[in-house]
Design a protein around this ligand. Structure first.
Ligand SMILES: Nc1nc2c(ncn2[C@@H]2O[C@H](COP(=O)(O)OP(=O)(O)OP(=O)(O)O)[C@@H](O)[C@H]2O)c(=O)[nH]1
Ligand SMILES: [Mg+2]
Length: 629
C-alpha cells in the first residue's frame, strides 16, 4: 500500500463528527474554528449549501473527521440543500455510513425554535452532543440556560460554545474526548422520526424550556428598534437605495489611490524589463502580453475588494434578509420568490455560487427562473470592463453637488442588470403560467456588529480567487492571445500594424462583420473571444491588442488613454451595454447544465442573453450616434 493510500485509510478510520442544526446557528463558524478552514460564514439562513469535510485533532491527541452541513429546520427536507443534510445523517448517501457522533448546534438565544430539531435528530439513535452556541449573546440578553438540567432532560451532554471567539470551542472538544472511543452504530430509519407528531414534539420543547431556561428576555430590543426604521414601508426602501448608492460611490472614490499605485508598479516593472531586454519575441511576450495584458486586469483588485468589503459587512451584521424582505413585494410583482434574493445577491460576486445557492428555493419553477436570470446580475468579472470604459469616457466630475458622475454611471449599469433580470423573470413566469408565489418565510436574525475575522476571511478569499484567476486563467489566455496576435508577422509593405495580419487579427476582422453594426471595431472583436473564458480577460486582451497595435516608443502602458482616443463615445457606451448582458461565460453555462441536469436551460440562457445583448447594444449605439456621440 502506498503512503497516500495508507494516510487515506487512516483518515477513513477516524470517527466522523457531523455538525447539524438550524440555519444561522453558527455551524460553519464552529467548523472553521475547529478545522482552521475558511468556509463562508454570514448572518442569514442558507449560507452553507453543500457538505464540507475537514479534520481536527484534540488536545488529547484524538483525530476526528468533521462535517459541516447546510442548516435545516427539520429532517423532513423540503429543499435540495436540506436533503443533503438529511441524507448525510441518515446514512443514505452512497458509499458513506451515518456519522459516528452528531453535534447538534443550537442558537442559545432561540431555543424554542432550535430544540425541535434536536428532539427529531435524537430519534435517529446516534450518539449526540448538544452545543449551546452563541451563549455570549444569550448572556448579554439576560437569557439564562441551565446546561446541566438541559443535559438531564435531553439525555445527552450539553456544552456551551462561542464559535466566533478563540477558545470558544474548548468545551465541545473536551466532551468529544471524554466520549472517545466511538463505536459505530447505524442510524434508525427516518420513519422513526415521523412516528412522533409535531404537536407532541412541540409540547416536549415547551416542557424542557420551562424547566431549563430563564428568559428575562428583552428579546432583540435593539434589533427591534433598528428594524423600526430599516423595515419601515417608506424609510426602508430609501435607506436601502442610499446604502447601495454609497457603495458604488466608494468603489470609485476610494479605489483611486491603490489602483494608481498598482498601475504605476506594473508600468515601472514593464519599463524595467523592456529596457533590460534585447528587442525580440521574448521581450514582446513579457511587455505586450504579460505586463500590458495581465497588468490591465490586476489594477482592478482594489475596486473588487472595496465592493466586497461592503457586501461582507452587510452580510455579517444581518441586514441582507431585511433587504430581501423589503424587495419581496417588488420581486413578487414579477413572480419571483423572496427566497431568490440571496442567490441573486451572491451572483454579484459571480453567477456560479448564485446559481448553486438557488438550491435553497423549494418551488422548482422559481428555482429555474432564478437560475436563468442570475447571470444578469453584474458579476465582479464585469467590474474591470465597466471601470475601464467609464474611467476613459465619463468625466470625473461632481453632479448635483454631491455625486461623482463615474460612480453614478456604474450604479446605473448595475441597476440596468437588475431591471432586465426582473423583466426576464416576468416574461418567463408568464410563459410558464405558474401559480402565484407563496409568501416569503424568512427568519430575520438579530443584528450584530460584523466580526473582524469573518470580514478578513471573506476579503482574503475574494483576493485569492481574483489573484489565482489572474495568475492562471488570465495569464494563460494572455500568453495565448499574444501568440495569436503576433504570428504570422506583417507581410512586405504592410500598411497596418503587424497584429492586423496575425491570426487573431484575421479572426477579429471576420467577427467585425457581425459586430460592426453595433459599433465594435476589430480590436474589440478580438477581445470578446477570450472574454468568454473569463470576462475580465477582455480588458487584458484590449491591453495586449492595443499594445501590439501601437507603433514606436509611445507604447502606452496604460490602456485607458489609448481607448479614450481611439473609440467614439458611441462605441464605448455600446460596449458597456454589451457587458450588461454579455452572454459569454462558459463556466456559468456549464454550472447551469449541472444544476438543472439538462442541456435545454444552458442553451436557452445563451440564446436569450445573446439576443438581448445584441439588441440592447444596437439600440445604444444607434441612439448614441444619432445624438452625436
Ligand atoms: N456572537 C456570536 N456570533 C456567532 C457565534 N457563532 C456564530 N456567530 C455568528 O452567527 C452568524 C451565522 O454563523 P454561520 O456559521 O454562518 O451559521 P451556519 O449555522 O453555518 O448557517 P447556515 O450555513 O446558513 O446553516 C455569523 O454572523 C457568525 O459570525 C457565537 O458563538 N457568538
Ligand atoms: Mg454554514
Amino acid at each position: 500500500m502506498g503512503a497516500v493510500e495508507k494516510a487515506a485509510q487512516a483518515v477513513a478510520q477516524q470517527p466522523m463528527v457531523a455538525l447539524l442544526g438550524n440555519p444561522n446557528c453558527g455551524k460553519t463558524a464552529l467548523f472553521n474554528r475547529l478545522t482552521g478552514a475558511r468556509q463562508k460564514v454570514a448572518n442569514y439562513a442558507g449560507v452553507t449549501i453543500e457538505r464540507k469535510e475537514g479534520q481536527f485533532t484534540s488536545a488529547a491527541g484524538n483525530s476526528f473527521r468533521l462535517l459541516d452541513l447546510p442548516g435545516a429546520y427539520s429532517l423532513s427536507a423540503h429543499t435540495p440543500d436540506e436533503m443533503i443534510t438529511r441524507d448525510v445523517v441518515a446514512g443514505l448517501r452512497e458509499g458513506e455510513r451515518s456519522p459516528d457522533v452528531v453535534v447538534c448546534v443550537v442558537d442559545a438565544t432561540n431555543l424554542r425554535l432550535n430544540l425541535r430539531l434536536v428532539l427529531e435528530i435524537k430519534r435517529l439513535g446516534l450518539p449526540m452532543v448538544m452545543c449551546l452556541n452563541m451563549v455570549d449573546v444569550a448572556k448579554k440578553r439576560g437569557i439564562v440556560v441551565d446546561a446541566a438540567r438541559l443535559s438531564q432532560e435531553l439525555g445527552m451532554p450539553v456544552v456551551e460554545t462561542v464559535a466566533v471567539k478563540a477558545g470558544g470551542e474548548k468545551a465541545l472538544v473536551e466532551t468529544l474526548d471524554a466520549m472517545w472511543p466511538f463505536y459505530h452504530s447505524q442510524a434508525n430509519p427516518l420513519s422513526a422520526i415521523d412516528a412522533v407528531s409535531v404537536e407532541d414534539t412541540q409540547r416536549e420543547v415547551r416542557r424542557i424550556l420551562s424547566i431549563a431556561v430563564k428568559d428575562s428576555d428583552d428579546r432583540g430590543n435593539r434589533t427591534e428598534k433598528i428594524d423600526h426604521f430599516v423595515l419601515h414601508p417608506f424609510m426602508g426602501p430609501i435607506i436601502l437605495a442610499v446604502l447601495m448608492f454609497c457603495v458604488f460611490q466608494a468603489v470609485f472614490s476610494w479605489a483611486k489611490a491603490p489602483m494608481d499605485l498598482i498601475a504605476a508598479g506594473v508600468a515601472d516593472l514593464g519599463v524595467l524589463v523592456g529596457n533590460h531586454m534585447p528587442e525580440g519575441v521574448l521581450r514582446s511576450l513579457l511587455v505586450d502580453g504579460v505586463f500590458s495584458g495581465v497588468g490591465a486586469v490586476l489594477v482592478f483588485l482594489p475596486q473588487i475588494l472595496i465592493l466586497f468589503f461592503f457586501i461582507l459587512v452587510l452580510e455579517d451584521c444581518g441586514y441582507l434578509p431585511r433587504a430581501a424582505f423589503l424587495l419581496d413585494r417588488l420581486m413578487g410583482g414579477v413572480g419571483l420568490s423572496g427566497r431568490a434574493f440571496i442567490p441573486l445577491l451572491s451572483s454579484f460576486a459571480c453567477a456560479i455560487p448564485g446559481i448553486m445557492a438557488a438550491r435553497t428555493i423549494q418551488n422548482p419553477r422559481d428555482r429555474i427562473v432564478t437560475i436563468m436570470i442570475a447571470p444578469l446580475m453584474t458579476c465582479s468579472a464585469r467590474l474591470p470592463v465597466y471601470a475601464l470604459v467609464i474611467a476613459a469616457f465619463i468625466p470625473n466630475k461632481e453632479v448635483w453637488g454631491a455625486f461623482n458622475l463615474q460612480g453614478l454611471v456604474l450604479f446605473c449599469l448595475y441597476f440596468a442588470g437588475i431591471i432586465s433580470a426582473m423583466a426576464v423573470a416576468w416574461v418567463m413566469k408568464r410563459s410558464m403560467r405558474a401559480k402565484r408565489n407563496q409568501p416569503l418565510m424568512l427568519e430575520l436574525p438579530a443584528y450584530h456588529w460584523p466580526h473582524m475575522r469573518n470580514l478578513a476571511i471573506g476579503l482574503y478569499e475574494r483576493a485569492k480567487i481574483f489573484l489565482t484567476r489572474v495568475g492562471t486563467t488570465i495569464l494563460t489566455l494572455m500568453v495565448l492571445l499574444w501568440a495569436l496576435s503576433s504570428f504570422p508577422g506583417a507581410p512586405e509593405g504592410a500598411t497596418h500594424p503587424a497584429i492586423y495580419y496575425s491570426i487573431a487579427g484575421m479572426l477579429g476582422r471576420a467577427l467585425e462583420f457581425i459586430f460592426s453594426p453595433i459599433g465594435f471595431n476589430w480590436q474589440i472583436c478580438i477581445a470578446l473571444v477570450p472574454g468568454m473564458a473569463a470576462r475580465e480577460v477582455a480588458v487584458g486582451a484590449l491591453g495586449t491588442v492595443y499594445a501590439l497595435s501601437q507603433t514606436g516608443e509611445e507604447l502606452a502602458n496604460s490602456l485607458q488613454p489609448v481607448i479614450a482616443s481611439s473609440w467614439s463615445m458611441a462605441t464605448a457606451l455600446a460596449l458597456l451595454a454589451w457587458y450588461v448582458f454579455a452572454p459569454q461565460c462558459l463556466s456559468t453555462l456549464s454550472v447551469v447544465r449541472r444544476e438543472t441536469n439538462s442541456m435545454k436551460y444552458p442553451l436557452m440562457m445563451a440564446g436569450y442573453m445573446f439576443v438581448l445583448a445584441y439588441t440592447a447594444t444596437f439600440i445604444t449605439y444607434r441612439v448614441a450616434l444619432a445624438l452625436g456621440g
